[in-house]
Write a protein that binds this ligand. Structure first.
Ligand SMILES: [Zn+2]
Length: 317
């Protein structure tokens, strides 16, 4: 028996795939020339992106966004939330392209596919020019984004800045946390502390949380309880961190993916995202939602079709 047909049918009956996290403004920027640099560190890739963003035009970004939207729409995706860079390199070009993409998508697909955006903080939120761009993005986008790993030396100030902004606009927060499958990371815990401090329940979505796997079970369970009690969403991007590099650091054995199977035991809200699509961060990703589901199922040993269909069709706030 092959389950693909049944799963696809059930996803459609449940309202279609929901892609809660991606970066459409950089989709399809991988090419033969930059492919050879796919193995550099993420921090080096962030720096490399500056050149790409400086050279991109609104029309060019729009063209690539529409390619990604068409590919997703053809699979039956009905919701996409994309991060958009807002910084001195990208300026507001991704946002302008996104606004045009929304118009084009509506002309082409009507109300079938809903698009939302979140501002990316890849240059951090502390240096003054970056902070100005963060404020601009926070005002314009549907959700407010965070990337505490970018301000590693001052994570508390990064989180305080994004939480203050989310309170100011009463918008949801989407925060990349614990990406590196490393026991030294505890960003999920730091965000939960901030949620308590700001009494910001029901407003936060955490993307990745992979490093939670590197901590012992007691720690993980205590974090899951806090995620549930604050009604915090979790966005699993199944494929994106499978290529974590080998390391001699010791940690509990795990796959580099969000611990969806353990989180489900706590009835936590979980959705999926594709994250980067054919760019320098994820060269071979082609936004194939069924493949994302298969990776999610295999890496979590989660072979329950009801649960899988619910996850992939859940739109998070
Ligand atoms: Zn991302």
């Amino acid at each position: 028996m092959v389950f693909k047909e049944e799963i696809l049918k059930r996803v459609e009956l449940n309202g279609g795939w929901k892609n809660n996290h991606c970066h459409l403004d950089r989709a399809y920027t991988i090419n033969n020339e930059n492919l050879s640099r796919s193995q550099i560190s993420l921090q080096e890739k962030w720096a490399m992106l500056r050149e790409l963003k400086t050279n991109s035009t609104v029309d060019g970004i729009l063209y690539r966004m529409m390619k990604a939207i068409d590919i997703q729409a053809n699979q039956g995706v009905t919701y996409i939330n994309t991060f958009l860079d807002f910084d001195k390199y990208s300026l507001d070009k991704p946002y302008k392209a996104f606004e045009l993409a929304k118009e084009k998508t509506y002309e082409k697909y009507g109300n079938i596919i809903e698009l939302e955006c979140t501002n990316q903080t890849i240059e951090g939120v502390i240096e003054s020019e970056s902070r100005d761009w963060f404020h601009k993005g926070a005002e314009l986008c549907d959700n407010i984004g965070g990337l505490p790993g970018r301000d590693k030396d001052n994570i508390d100030l990064h989180l305080t800045t994004i939480f203050n902004e989310a309170e100011r606009y009463n918008k949801g927060l989407h925060i990349h946390v614990d990406q590196f499958s490393n026991p030294n990371e505890n960003e999920t815990e730091l965000v939960l502390d901030k949620i308590d401090e700001h009494n910001f329940k029901n407003m936060v979505s955490l993307i990745h949380c992979i490093s939670l796997n590197c901590h012992d079970k007691e720690y993980r369970e205590s974090i899951y309880k806090r995620i549930k009690s604050t009604n915090t969403n979790i966005i699993c991007c199944p494929r994106i961190w499978l290529d974590r590099e080998r390391s001699e650091t010791l940690a509990p054995i795990h796959n580099p993916i969000t611990a969806v199977n353990e989180m489900l035991n706590h009835d936590i809200n979980i959705g999926i995202g594709t994250d980067n699509i054919s760019d320098i961060i994820s060269a071979f990703s082609d936004a194939d939602m069924y493949q994302e589901l298969v990776i999610l199922a295999m890496c979590n040993r989660l072979y329950d079709i009801d649960k899988l269909v619910k996850i992939v069709t859940t739109k998070l706030w």
